[in-house]
Structures are given as C-alpha cells and as structure tokens.
Design a protein around this ligand. Structure first.
Ligand code: AGP
Length: 581
C-alpha cells in the first residue's frame, strides 16, 4: 500500500526519493509525489507511474525532502489527492501511510478555524494540525501535539520551510530509518535503503524520530529512547529485475534456491520447547499465506495428530474462538493489518505466539513471542510466488521440529531439483486454453486442495480471469451447474490416496465437456488419456509434488497474464502489503 521515503544529507533529495519510491512501487500505488525543503517547500505530485514521470521531480531543489506513493483510500487517485499535502500557507509538508480515522471531525474543526483544504484525503488534516501547533521553531513539539489528536494508524514524515529537519512518526504503520554517513533516510521498509546503507533502525509504535544535520534521535512519549542499529544483508540486486521481463518471473526462477535455503535454515534449537507439543494450534493468515496455513493444517493433523485450525486474519477478530495452545501467524510482509490484529488478540488470550515471516524487523516480529524466518529475500511482485514456497518450506520443517526428527527434510531433499525441472515444462497449450476463458476452476483434494485455491488466486489476481479454487468433491454440490466447454478446469491429480477419486471426478467434468488441464505424475498414462493437456511433475515424494505443482500453477498464471498483456507485477487495485484492515 502507500510507501514513504524521506531524506536529509548532501545528495539531491528528489533523486534519492524518486529512486526510493521506485523501489517501493511493488507495494502498489496510483499516484506519487515529492516535496523538498530548500529552504522553501517545493512540491511535485502526479497521478500515474514513477517510471513515466518520476524524473520530472528531479528538478526540485534541495538536500532535504519527503516522498510518497499513494494507494487511494480516501478520495480518488488524482494529482490533487497525491501526497505530500501542505498546510494553508504551503510551508509544512506531510506524507502519510495508514488511515486517520477521526479526520472528518478534525477537518470540520479546522475549517471552522479558517483552514482551507485542497484534497479529499484523510492526510491533509495532519498538515493543518501541525500548522495550528507550530510556533516557528519547535517542529517536534508541534508534531507531538498533532499526533495526540489523531486516531487510527499512521506513519508520518513532516518537514517545514526554513528548518533543516524531518520528523518521522510511527504508530501501527511500518517505518524504518536508514543510517548513512552524514545522511539519514526514512522509509516504509528497507528496500529504498538498499544501495545507500545497510544500517537500519526499526522504529516502534509510538516512536517519533528527528532527522537533522547532526543525525537522528528517537523519542517515545516525549522522552529520548535508545533504538538499536541493525544490519540488513539484502542485496540491492534482489530489487532489480536482473534481465527478466518481470519481477514475478525472476522470483519464480529463484524458487529452487529459496526452497532449499529456507528448508535448511533451521537448527533443532530453532523452536523453543513450549512450541513442540501444544494441545492445539491455530494458524491465522491472509491470501496466499492462508493457503500455506491450510497445507500445514492437513499435514500437521495427519502427521503430528495435533488439531490445527486455520483462520482468515480478516475474520478472526469477528468471533471469539476458544483459544488454547499456540497461535501461529503467517505473513510474508510481516505487516498485514488483519494478521497483526489477530496476533494481538491471541496475545490478549495469553497464548504463546509464533510468527512466520520473510521480513526481518517487520511489525509481526515485534509482537510475536517467537519468529521463524523464510529465506526468500525481498519479494517485489505483488503476486506471492517464492514467498509461498518458502512458507511451505518453513511449515514443513516446523513439523520436523515439533516431532524432533528430520523426516520431512529428508523427503524434501530433491525438491529444489524437481522445482528446477518444472520451470522448464512446456505449458503453451495450457496457456492457450486459459487465455480466452472467462471462468476457470481449479480442483484438488487433500493436501492439494489448498494448492488449487492458491493456483486460482494467482490466476485471478494477475490475469483478471475469474478463477475458483474448489475441493474437487464439492463441485457436484453446486458449481457443476457452471461446467461447459467454456469453463476449463485445472485438475490436480497426484498419485496417492486421492488419485482414483480424482480420476473419477475428472471423468465427470469431462462428461460435461469442460476442457481439462491435468497435473499429475510424469508417465501417468491413464490421466494423460482423459485430459486435454497433461502437465507432468517428475516422479518424487508427495510433498515435493505439492511444491512443484504450486510452481507450475504460478507459471500458468504468469504466462496467461503475459499473453493477455496484463500488468503482471502490479495488478490493478492490489497492493503488496495490505496495511489497513
Ligand atoms: C498473493 O499473491 C497476494 N498478493 C496476497 O494474497 C497475500 O498473500 C496476502 O495479502 C497476505 O500477505 P502477507 O503474507 O504479506 O501477510
């Protein structure tokens, strides 16, 4: 969602900020803007793409500035609603990530006091409040008083004409500082900092940081506090396309390594004792992460015989489940608002909490009692690919850690080779079937049911084809009415317990003339004979087939979206991390 970059140093601030905003493009946005402080406030903001208009902002002068990518929540995407927003006299500039819930009441109050508003956003109220409180020299106090009036979630950057200072505030929206040599950065996440500095400070909720020519200081409730400088080892190359046409394809090609590295990234001691024999596990997550959680449920219940409940983060707060045992949240970004809300609820129930995430220092790591990290590196494409297989690797390994053995690690030993092999599959005919379709079904059973859900999610989010994931047995309870020669079905039919019944289901769908793309074990003659297109997965253990099938479905979505000329990495209306509930 919205992204923030701030800078104070000796470089051209607008260039640094535009470069940083470009690295935040992956979060999803519809407009962008930059304000520099030179010492007058200069602003450039536009609806549209940074790649097309970002360099126009380079003409702004100064070595201090703030910038923003906006994902519209209050007010349409437009030049006027783009950040930064200014006070009445254009002396105070503000960028904001999050939602100011009481903005309407504050706006009314400030209008009555004579303030003129220019946008429909919830953010502009912040600039006018700072204007109310600013005495001409003490910006920190003015921002503290402003924040005291705000309800909601926010990360803010504020700068004022004539003062060589940027104030950064974090409250329930992520914000990090980048510490360079005589320069300081502020950003929504570490990606804009890559290439400039590896030293970062993760601000905590309630922190206010001052960035000036002397350096940086952090305050909490008005008092100076210490915050640790941490080292980030992500490489700047990982946020570049490296010759691939899209980040999504690059990230799919990283999967053999990511799966292997994540799987082998845990020692037996990675899981504290109290997580090993819980009476029950509740997994909470959203989107693809939820699908990974469902795989865990199937696997853990059948191997560890521990009851596992998988819940959607967005629903979790609307009921009060009887929680006992541990609560595990899965979130690539570590910033998904619904998942964080669920985590806080679990803590309120005094449940031990475990987070699975990809991002060091992300909010989830600060709230959960214990964190297991995926080793996927930064994922830029909005569609989760390498992070999904990394989640599977962590969750499969988690089962080993709980059982105190290496059984799944051993079974998955050749997974990276098999993933590498399926990357080379010829899927042209499958793409030809999907491309003209308006509706698609993805079906699977058992462990492959969540994989069907994930395949359908991937297809719809990047190709805009309506795709439904179903437990294969459920089709007959309604969706069968939709089957025709116009509704292709992607059927997951691996060897094992569900094979025969899947085969029968596929024949039933075939009898309704649905074109079938079948995915199963290489050499499966029976399946090959009944489907329209067969995509073979090299012979391997079931869990390897599961991961490899996910990768094939990601490629099918990718190739179909490319054929339909969709914006693969930044699908319309979507954001990489959903930081509002
Ligand atoms: C998947 O391709 C998505 N873009 C989306 O469903 C994502 O998995 C979801 O928003 C959860 O994100 P998180 O893992 O960062 O919490």
């Amino acid at each position: 969602m919205c992204g923030i970059v701030g800078y104070i140093g000796s470089r051209n601030a607008a260039r640094v900020i535009v470069d940083g905003l470009q690295k935040l493009e992956y979060r999803g946005y519809d407009s962008f803007g930059v304000a520099t402080n030179n010492p007058r406030i200069e602003v450039f903001k536009r609806k549209g793409k940074i790649s097309e208009m970002g360099s126009d902002a380079w003409s702004l002068h100064g070595t201090i500035g703030i910038g923003h990518t906006r994902w519209a929540t209050h007010g349409e995407p437009s030049d006027r609603n783009a950040h930064p927003h200014l006070d009445c006299r254009g002396r105070i500039a503000v960028v904001h990530n999050g939602i100011i819930e009481n903005y309407a009441a504050l706006t009314r109050e400030l209008r009555e006091r004579g303030h003129e508003f220019r946008s429909e956003t919830d953010t502009e109220v912040v600039a006018h409040l700072v204007e109310e409180f600013y005495d001409g020299s003490d910006l920190r106090t003015a921002v503290e008083k402003t924040v005291a009036r705000l309800e909601g979630s926010f990360a803010l950057l504020v700068t004022v004409e004539g003062l060589e200072e940027v104030i950064a505030v974090r409250d329930s929206s992520p914000l990090v500082l980048g510490i360079g040599d005589r320069e300081v950065f502020a950003a929504s996440d570490v990606t804009p900092l890559l290439g400039y500095t590896e030293r970062v400070v993760y601000l905590e909720d309630g922190d206010l940081a001052t960035l000036d020519r002397e350096g940086w200081r952090v305050y909490s409730h008005g008092h100076p506090v210490r915050r640790r400088v941490e080292h980030v080892d992500w490489d700047v190359e990982t946020v570049k396309k490296g010759g691939f046409p899209h980040f999504m394809l690059k990230e799919i090609y990283e999967e053999p390594r990511v799966f292997h590295d994540t799987l082998h990234g845990f020692a037996a001691s990675s899981l504290p004792e109290r997580y090993r024999h819980p009476p029950e596990i509740t997994v909470v997550a959203c989107g693809s992460s939820y699908h990974a959680g469902l795989v865990f449920k199937y696997l853990c219940e059948s191997t560890c015989r521990i009851p596992v409940r998988a819940e959607l983060g967005s629903e979790f707060k609307y009921f009060t489940p009887p929680l006992k045992g541990i609560v595990t949240v899965i979130t690539q970004s570590g910033e998904t608002a619904d998942t964080l809300a669920a985590l806080k609820k679990a803590r309120a129930y005094n449940c031990p909490t475990l987070a699975i995430t990809n991002v060091l220092g992300s909010t989830v790591t600060r709230i959960a009692d214990h964190t297991l990290y995926m080793r996927a590196g930064p994922e830029i494409s909005v569609a989760a690919t390498k992070s999904f297989v990394a989640q599977l690797a962590v969750l499969m390994r988690l089962i080993d850690l709980m059982r105190g053995n290496d059984r799944l690690l051993t079974a998955l030993e050749q997974a990276n080779t098999v993933i590498g092999e399926v990357l080379l599959l010829d899927i042209d005919r499958a793409v030809e079937i999907c491309r003209p379709a308006e509706h698609l079904f993805y079906v699977g059973r058992g462990l492959f049911y969540p994989i069907a859900l994930e395949g359908a999610l991937k297809m719809k989010e990047i190709s805009y084809i309506h795709a439904e994931g179903y437990a294969a047995g459920e089709l007959k309870h309604g969706p069968f009415a939709l089957l025709s020669d116009q509704t292709p079905v992607v059927a997951l039919c691996p060897p094992g317990d569900t094979y025969s019944i899947m085969l029968s289901n596929i024949k039933e769908m075939k009898a309704r003339k649905a074109p079938i793309i079948g995915i199963g074990a290489s050499g499966d003659r029976e399946l090959t004979d009944i489907v329209d297109v067969f995509l073979p997965i090299p012979e391997s253990p079931e869990l390897v087939q599961l991961v490899a099938t996910s990768v094939v479905l990601q490629q099918l979505a990718y190739r179909t979206a490319v054929a339909l000329e969709c914006d693969v990495d930044q699908p319309r209306n979507l954001a990489k991390s959903v930081t509002v509930e």
